[in-house]
Design a protein around this ligand. Structure first.
Ligand code: HEC
Ligand code: HEC
Length: 222
C-alpha cells in the first residue's frame, strides 16, 4: 500500500501526511487510506487534528473556525473543493468530502463559542484620533489610501456578519496576514463581493500586521 496521499485525480503527493507532521510535530502522519477511513468514521475528529475540536487551532497558520457564519464556512469549503481557493493542507483531502459532510462540519464549527472579551463595540466614541494604528484601521480605515473601516463590514469588534462577512475577532494573526497577502498577490479568489483584493492591495505591510494583531487580541489570540 502506498504511503503517499493523492491530491485529486491524477495528482500524487505526500502533502497530508507531511502537513500533519510539519504542522504539529505530534500528530501522526496519515496515509490516504487512514485519512479516508477517519473522514468516514469521525469527520470532526479529522478536521480537529488541525483546527481543534472547539474550532480553536493550536497552529499559527491554521485558522480558528469557531463561531464563523455558517454560510461563510460553507462557501470556503466549496471554494477549496472546486479548486478556486487553494491550500496544500486542505487540497490534500477536500475532494473526498461530500455535501453532507460539509454541512456536518459547518454545523459543528459554526456553533463553537467565540472568545470575545466584553461586548461587541463600534468604538465610535473614540473616533477619531487617539487610537493605535491597528485599532484606527479597524474603526476608521485610512481614507487617504481608500482603506475603509473593517468594522463597517466585519461588524462591531470584528464579530462577523451573516451570511458572508467572517469573524476577525480572535482569529490567528499570522493566518489573517497570510490571507491579506494572498489577496495582494492574487492567490485567493476575491469572494462574492470582490472587495478584499482591492482593500488588501491598498494596505501597507505594517498596516496588515497592525490590524491583524488588533483583531486577534480582541479574542485572546496573540
Ligand atoms: C492538515 C491540516 C488541516 C486539516 C486536516 C483540515 N484543515 Fe482546514 N485549513 C487548514 C489550513 C492550513 C487552512 C488555511 C489555508 C490558507 O491559508 O488559505 C485551512 C482553512 C480552512 C477553512 C477556511 C477558513 C476561513 O476562515 O476562511 C475552512 C472552512 C476549513 N479549513 C475547514 C476544514 C474542515 C471542515 C476540515 C475537516 C473536513 C478541515 N478544514 C481539515 C488545515 C487543515
Ligand atoms: C466592504 C466590505 C468589507 C470591508 C470594508 C472589509 N472586508 Fe474583509 N472581508 C469582506 C468579505 C466579504 C470577506 C469574505 C471574502 C470571501 O468570501 O472570500 C472578507 C474577508 C476578510 C478576511 C479573511 C478572513 C478569513 O477567515 O479567511 C480578512 C483577514 C479580512 N477580510 C480583513 C479585513 C480588514 C483588515 C479590513 C479593514 C482594513 C477589512 N477586511 C474590510 C468584506 C470586507
Amino acid at each position: 500500500m502506498s504511503n503517499v496521499f493523492n491530491i485529486g485525480p491524477g495528482k500524487a503527493c505526500g502533502w497530508l501526511g507531511l502537513g500533519l507532521l510539519l504542522l504539529s510535530g505530534g500528530i501522526q502522519a496519515k496515509t490516504e487510506e487512514e485519512a479516508k477511513a477517519q473522514i468516514k468514521q469521525d469527520l470532526i475528529g479529522f478536521c480537529s487534528d488541525c483546527h481543534g475540536r472547539n474550532g480553536v487551532s493550536e497552529l499559527k497558520n491554521v485558522p480558528n473556525l469557531r463561531a464563523q457564519p455558517p454560510e461563510y464556512l460553507k462557501a470556503q469549503l466549496l471554494a477549496f473543493r472546486s479548486q478556486q481557493r487553494s491550500s496544500s493542507f486542505m487540497d490534500a483531502f477536500i475532494y473526498q468530502i461530500n455535501d453532507a459532510q460539509i454541512e456536518q462540519a459547518v454545523a459543528h464549527f459554526s456553533v463553537q463559542p467565540s472568545a470575545l472579551k466584553g461586548k461587541p463595540a463600534w468604538r465610535g466614541e473614540k473616533w477619531p484620533g487617539d487610537m493605535a494604528a491597528g485599532e484606527q484601521l479597524a474603526y476608521v480605515g485610512n481614507a487617504s489610501a481608500n482603506v475603509p473601516a473593517c468594522v463597517a463590514c466585519h461588524g462591531p469588534s470584528g464579530i462577523g456578519v451573516e451570511p458572508g462577512f467572517p469573524r476577525l475577532e480572535g482569529q490567528k494573526p499570522q493566518y489573517m496576514i497570510n490571507q491579506l497577502k494572498a489577496w495582494q498577490a492574487g492567490k485567493r479568489p476575491p469572494g462574492p463581493l470582490g472587495v478584499m483584493s482591492a482593500i488588501a492591495k491598498s494596505m501597507t505591510d505594517d498596516e496588515i500586521v497592525a490590524v491583524s494583531h488588533y483583531f486577534a487580541q480582541l479574542g485572546g489570540e496573540q
